[in-house]
Design a protein around this ligand. Structure first.
Ligand code: PMP
Length: 293
Protein backbone atom coordinates (compact mmCIF):
# COMPACT_ATOMS: atom_id res chain seq x y z
CA UNK A 1 0.00 0.00 0.00
CA UNK A 2 3.07 2.21 -0.24
CA UNK A 3 3.11 3.09 -3.95
CA UNK A 4 0.47 5.72 -4.39
CA UNK A 5 -0.12 9.47 -4.29
CA UNK A 6 -1.21 11.23 -1.15
CA UNK A 7 0.09 12.70 2.09
CA UNK A 8 0.82 10.98 5.40
CA UNK A 9 1.29 12.96 8.59
CA UNK A 10 4.58 11.79 10.15
CA UNK A 11 5.90 13.36 13.36
CA UNK A 12 4.22 16.66 12.69
CA UNK A 13 4.81 16.97 8.93
CA UNK A 14 2.61 15.97 5.98
CA UNK A 15 4.94 13.89 3.80
CA UNK A 16 4.44 12.43 0.32
CA UNK A 17 2.91 8.93 0.68
CA UNK A 18 5.88 7.15 -0.96
CA UNK A 19 8.38 8.83 1.36
CA UNK A 20 6.69 7.81 4.64
CA UNK A 21 9.31 5.12 5.43
CA UNK A 22 11.08 3.61 8.47
CA UNK A 23 14.46 2.06 9.14
CA UNK A 24 14.59 -1.78 9.24
CA UNK A 25 16.00 -1.68 12.79
CA UNK A 26 12.84 -0.07 14.16
CA UNK A 27 12.04 -1.32 17.67
CA UNK A 28 8.34 -1.41 16.85
CA UNK A 29 9.00 -3.90 14.04
CA UNK A 30 11.30 -6.20 16.02
CA UNK A 31 9.53 -6.19 19.39
CA UNK A 32 5.94 -5.21 18.64
CA UNK A 33 6.21 -1.83 20.39
CA UNK A 34 3.52 -0.13 18.36
CA UNK A 35 -0.09 0.90 18.97
CA UNK A 36 -2.64 2.11 16.48
CA UNK A 37 -6.22 3.22 15.86
CA UNK A 38 -8.82 2.58 13.20
CA UNK A 39 -11.24 5.46 12.63
CA UNK A 40 -13.80 6.37 10.02
CA UNK A 41 -14.70 9.80 8.72
CA UNK A 42 -18.21 10.45 7.44
CA UNK A 43 -19.14 13.69 5.66
CA UNK A 44 -15.68 15.08 6.42
CA UNK A 45 -15.76 14.41 10.19
CA UNK A 46 -14.10 11.56 12.10
CA UNK A 47 -16.77 9.79 14.15
CA UNK A 48 -15.79 9.80 17.87
CA UNK A 49 -12.41 11.32 17.02
CA UNK A 50 -11.46 12.28 20.57
CA UNK A 51 -12.40 8.82 21.95
CA UNK A 52 -10.09 7.24 19.37
CA UNK A 53 -7.24 9.69 20.07
CA UNK A 54 -7.68 9.04 23.80
CA UNK A 55 -7.58 5.27 23.25
CA UNK A 56 -4.36 5.70 21.25
CA UNK A 57 -2.80 7.56 24.21
CA UNK A 58 -4.14 4.90 26.63
CA UNK A 59 -2.80 2.04 24.46
CA UNK A 60 0.61 3.74 24.39
CA UNK A 61 0.62 4.21 28.18
CA UNK A 62 -0.18 0.50 28.67
CA UNK A 63 2.80 -0.27 26.40
CA UNK A 64 5.07 2.01 28.47
CA UNK A 65 5.27 4.47 25.59
CA UNK A 66 4.68 8.21 25.85
CA UNK A 67 3.41 9.77 22.63
CA UNK A 68 4.96 13.26 22.42
CA UNK A 69 1.66 14.86 21.40
CA UNK A 70 -1.37 15.89 23.44
CA UNK A 71 -4.92 14.68 22.88
CA UNK A 72 -5.82 18.02 21.26
CA UNK A 73 -2.75 17.92 19.01
CA UNK A 74 -3.57 14.40 17.83
CA UNK A 75 -7.18 15.41 17.10
CA UNK A 76 -5.92 18.44 15.16
CA UNK A 77 -3.32 16.41 13.23
CA UNK A 78 -6.03 13.91 12.29
CA UNK A 79 -8.33 16.67 11.03
CA UNK A 80 -5.45 18.20 9.03
CA UNK A 81 -4.57 14.83 7.43
CA UNK A 82 -8.21 14.19 6.55
CA UNK A 83 -8.52 17.68 5.06
CA UNK A 84 -5.32 17.15 3.03
CA UNK A 85 -6.77 13.91 1.62
CA UNK A 86 -9.74 15.75 0.18
CA UNK A 87 -11.94 12.80 1.23
CA UNK A 88 -15.33 13.12 2.93
CA UNK A 89 -15.79 9.44 3.80
CA UNK A 90 -12.51 7.75 4.69
CA UNK A 91 -10.67 5.34 6.91
CA UNK A 92 -8.10 6.90 9.27
CA UNK A 93 -5.08 5.03 10.63
CA UNK A 94 -2.96 6.67 13.34
CA UNK A 95 0.01 4.57 14.51
CA UNK A 96 2.67 5.19 17.16
CA UNK A 97 5.87 3.15 17.42
CA UNK A 98 9.26 2.99 19.05
CA UNK A 99 12.03 4.12 16.76
CA UNK A 100 15.44 2.82 15.69
CA UNK A 101 18.08 4.56 17.85
CA UNK A 102 18.83 1.43 19.90
CA UNK A 103 18.58 -2.31 19.34
CA UNK A 104 17.53 -4.64 22.15
CA UNK A 105 14.41 -5.46 24.11
CA UNK A 106 14.76 -2.37 26.31
CA UNK A 107 13.27 0.45 24.32
CA UNK A 108 13.38 3.46 26.64
CA UNK A 109 16.02 5.26 24.58
CA UNK A 110 14.05 5.01 21.34
CA UNK A 111 12.01 7.97 20.14
CA UNK A 112 8.24 7.47 19.98
CA UNK A 113 6.94 8.35 16.53
CA UNK A 114 3.41 9.06 15.39
CA UNK A 115 1.98 8.83 11.88
CA UNK A 116 -1.55 9.30 10.54
CA UNK A 117 -2.69 7.99 7.17
CA UNK A 118 -6.10 8.46 5.53
CA UNK A 119 -7.50 6.50 2.61
CA UNK A 120 -10.73 5.35 1.04
CA UNK A 121 -12.00 2.08 2.49
CA UNK A 122 -15.51 0.99 1.60
CA UNK A 123 -17.43 -1.82 3.32
CA UNK A 124 -15.07 -4.01 5.37
CA UNK A 125 -17.25 -7.00 4.48
CA UNK A 126 -18.67 -6.60 0.96
CA UNK A 127 -22.19 -8.11 0.64
CA UNK A 128 -22.54 -7.96 4.41
CA UNK A 129 -26.29 -7.34 4.42
CA UNK A 130 -27.18 -10.98 3.88
CA UNK A 131 -24.99 -12.00 6.82
CA UNK A 132 -21.37 -13.14 6.81
CA UNK A 133 -20.04 -16.60 7.67
CA UNK A 134 -17.52 -17.03 10.50
CA UNK A 135 -15.18 -19.88 11.29
CA UNK A 136 -14.29 -20.56 14.93
CA UNK A 137 -10.57 -19.72 15.19
CA UNK A 138 -7.94 -22.07 16.64
CA UNK A 139 -5.97 -19.20 18.16
CA UNK A 140 -7.46 -17.73 21.30
CA UNK A 141 -7.40 -14.33 22.95
CA UNK A 142 -4.83 -14.48 25.75
CA UNK A 143 -5.24 -13.97 29.50
CA UNK A 144 -4.80 -10.27 30.40
CA UNK A 145 -1.70 -11.27 32.40
CA UNK A 146 -0.23 -12.90 29.27
CA UNK A 147 -0.51 -9.91 26.95
CA UNK A 148 -1.61 -6.25 27.25
CA UNK A 149 -5.09 -7.11 25.98
CA UNK A 150 -6.62 -3.70 26.75
CA UNK A 151 -4.22 -1.98 24.34
CA UNK A 152 -4.80 -1.78 20.61
CA UNK A 153 -1.24 -3.00 20.16
CA UNK A 154 0.03 -4.35 16.85
CA UNK A 155 1.46 -7.54 18.39
CA UNK A 156 -1.99 -8.76 19.44
CA UNK A 157 -2.98 -8.85 15.79
CA UNK A 158 -0.75 -11.83 15.03
CA UNK A 159 -3.53 -13.94 16.62
CA UNK A 160 -6.10 -12.17 14.47
CA UNK A 161 -4.11 -12.62 11.25
CA UNK A 162 -3.57 -16.35 11.86
CA UNK A 163 -7.28 -16.88 12.55
CA UNK A 164 -8.30 -14.76 9.57
CA UNK A 165 -5.98 -16.61 7.18
CA UNK A 166 -7.29 -20.01 8.33
CA UNK A 167 -10.90 -18.80 8.03
CA UNK A 168 -10.44 -17.35 4.55
CA UNK A 169 -8.65 -20.52 3.38
CA UNK A 170 -11.86 -22.41 4.30
CA UNK A 171 -14.07 -19.89 2.49
CA UNK A 172 -15.26 -17.95 5.56
CA UNK A 173 -15.28 -14.15 5.74
CA UNK A 174 -13.71 -14.03 9.20
CA UNK A 175 -13.17 -15.95 12.44
CA UNK A 176 -14.80 -15.81 15.85
CA UNK A 177 -12.09 -15.89 18.49
CA UNK A 178 -12.68 -17.58 21.82
CA UNK A 179 -10.64 -16.48 24.84
CA UNK A 180 -8.17 -18.55 26.85
CA UNK A 181 -11.10 -19.88 28.97
CA UNK A 182 -13.05 -21.00 25.90
CA UNK A 183 -15.59 -18.19 26.17
CA UNK A 184 -16.78 -16.25 23.13
CA UNK A 185 -14.53 -13.17 22.72
CA UNK A 186 -14.72 -11.27 19.42
CA UNK A 187 -14.00 -11.46 15.69
CA UNK A 188 -10.52 -10.64 14.38
CA UNK A 189 -11.28 -6.93 14.05
CA UNK A 190 -14.73 -6.43 15.54
CA UNK A 191 -16.84 -7.12 18.64
CA UNK A 192 -19.81 -9.49 18.66
CA UNK A 193 -23.46 -9.34 19.77
CA UNK A 194 -26.19 -11.97 19.95
CA UNK A 195 -29.98 -11.70 20.23
CA UNK A 196 -31.13 -14.27 22.81
CA UNK A 197 -34.80 -14.28 23.90
CA UNK A 198 -35.21 -10.83 22.36
CA UNK A 199 -32.36 -9.36 24.48
CA UNK A 200 -28.96 -8.20 23.30
CA UNK A 201 -26.10 -10.24 24.79
CA UNK A 202 -22.40 -9.48 24.36
CA UNK A 203 -19.26 -10.80 26.06
CA UNK A 204 -17.59 -8.79 28.84
CA UNK A 205 -14.52 -7.10 27.34
CA UNK A 206 -12.04 -8.38 29.94
CA UNK A 207 -9.40 -9.66 27.49
CA UNK A 208 -10.25 -7.83 24.26
CA UNK A 209 -11.02 -4.33 23.07
CA UNK A 210 -14.12 -2.63 24.46
CA UNK A 211 -14.85 -1.21 21.03
CA UNK A 212 -16.03 2.34 20.55
CA UNK A 213 -18.63 0.98 18.10
CA UNK A 214 -19.63 -1.65 20.68
CA UNK A 215 -20.33 1.04 23.26
CA UNK A 216 -22.18 3.20 20.72
CA UNK A 217 -24.41 0.29 19.66
CA UNK A 218 -25.14 -0.62 23.29
CA UNK A 219 -26.33 2.95 23.88
CA UNK A 220 -28.40 2.95 20.68
CA UNK A 221 -30.01 -0.30 21.81
CA UNK A 222 -30.80 1.08 25.27
CA UNK A 223 -32.20 4.23 23.65
CA UNK A 224 -34.65 1.85 21.95
CA UNK A 225 -35.54 0.27 25.31
CA UNK A 226 -33.78 -2.96 24.41
CA UNK A 227 -32.24 -4.92 27.25
CA UNK A 228 -28.45 -5.19 26.88
CA UNK A 229 -26.59 -7.84 28.88
CA UNK A 230 -22.77 -8.01 29.15
CA UNK A 231 -21.73 -11.42 30.42
CA UNK A 232 -19.58 -14.49 29.85
CA UNK A 233 -20.97 -16.36 26.83
CA UNK A 234 -20.03 -20.00 26.12
CA UNK A 235 -19.93 -21.15 22.47
CA UNK A 236 -22.77 -23.70 23.02
CA UNK A 237 -25.09 -20.81 23.90
CA UNK A 238 -24.90 -19.63 20.31
CA UNK A 239 -27.45 -22.39 19.59
CA UNK A 240 -30.05 -20.25 21.41
CA UNK A 241 -29.23 -17.01 19.59
CA UNK A 242 -31.58 -15.98 16.79
CA UNK A 243 -29.58 -13.02 15.47
CA UNK A 244 -25.90 -12.15 15.58
CA UNK A 245 -23.86 -9.19 14.37
CA UNK A 246 -20.38 -7.69 14.59
CA UNK A 247 -19.51 -4.11 15.49
CA UNK A 248 -16.36 -2.17 14.68
CA UNK A 249 -15.20 1.04 13.13
CA UNK A 250 -14.29 -0.70 9.87
CA UNK A 251 -17.00 -3.41 10.05
CA UNK A 252 -19.66 -0.91 11.29
CA UNK A 253 -22.68 -3.17 12.06
CA UNK A 254 -22.27 -6.41 10.10
CA UNK A 255 -24.98 -9.11 10.27
CA UNK A 256 -23.69 -12.66 10.84
CA UNK A 257 -25.49 -15.67 9.31
CA UNK A 258 -23.24 -18.50 10.41
CA UNK A 259 -20.58 -19.33 13.03
CA UNK A 260 -19.21 -22.87 12.78
CA UNK A 261 -22.27 -25.12 13.28
CA UNK A 262 -24.57 -22.29 14.41
CA UNK A 263 -27.03 -20.42 12.16
CA UNK A 264 -28.62 -16.99 12.58
CA UNK A 265 -31.14 -15.00 10.58
CA UNK A 266 -30.39 -11.28 10.40
CA UNK A 267 -33.67 -9.79 11.63
CA UNK A 268 -35.42 -6.72 13.00
CA UNK A 269 -33.03 -6.02 15.88
CA UNK A 270 -29.91 -6.21 13.71
CA UNK A 271 -31.54 -4.10 11.01
CA UNK A 272 -32.75 -1.46 13.48
CA UNK A 273 -29.33 -1.09 15.13
CA UNK A 274 -27.54 -1.10 11.77
CA UNK A 275 -29.77 1.74 10.56
CA UNK A 276 -29.44 3.63 13.85
CA UNK A 277 -25.66 3.31 13.63
CA UNK A 278 -25.57 4.48 10.00
CA UNK A 279 -27.63 7.50 10.96
CA UNK A 280 -25.57 8.30 14.08
CA UNK A 281 -22.16 8.30 12.36
CA UNK A 282 -23.38 11.04 10.03
CA UNK A 283 -24.58 13.28 12.87
CA UNK A 284 -22.52 16.17 14.22
CA UNK A 285 -20.81 15.52 17.60
CA UNK A 286 -23.46 17.81 19.19
CA UNK A 287 -26.31 15.75 17.76
CA UNK A 288 -24.60 12.53 18.88
CA UNK A 289 -24.33 13.96 22.41
CA UNK A 290 -27.98 15.02 22.34
CA UNK A 291 -29.20 11.48 21.63
CA UNK A 292 -26.63 10.16 24.16
CA UNK A 293 -25.05 7.69 21.75
N1 PMP B 1 -11.76 -5.87 18.35
C1 PMP B 1 -10.68 -5.79 17.55
C2 PMP B 1 -9.67 -6.89 17.59
C3 PMP B 1 -10.53 -4.71 16.68
O1 PMP B 1 -9.46 -4.63 15.89
C4 PMP B 1 -11.53 -3.72 16.64
C5 PMP B 1 -11.41 -2.56 15.70
N2 PMP B 1 -10.63 -1.53 16.27
C6 PMP B 1 -12.64 -3.84 17.50
C7 PMP B 1 -12.72 -4.93 18.33
C8 PMP B 1 -13.74 -2.82 17.49
O2 PMP B 1 -13.30 -1.62 18.03
P1 PMP B 1 -13.92 -0.23 17.56
O3 PMP B 1 -15.38 -0.39 17.61
O4 PMP B 1 -13.41 0.74 18.58
O5 PMP B 1 -13.43 0.03 16.20
Amino acid sequence: YDDRDGLIWVDGVLRPWREAKLHVLTHGLHYGSAVFEGERAYNGHVFKLTEHSQRLLDSARIMDMTIPWTLEEIDEATRATLAASGLQDAYVRPIAWRGSEMMGVAGQKNTIHLAIAVWEWGAYFPDRMKGIRLDIGEWRRPHPKTAPTAAKATGLYMIATLNKHAAEAKGYADALMLDWRGQVAEATGANIFFVIDGELHTPLPDCFLDGITRRTVMRLARNRQMKVVERAIMPEEMARATECFLTGTAAEVTPVAEIGPYRFTPGDITRTLLEDYERTVRMTPEEVARIAA
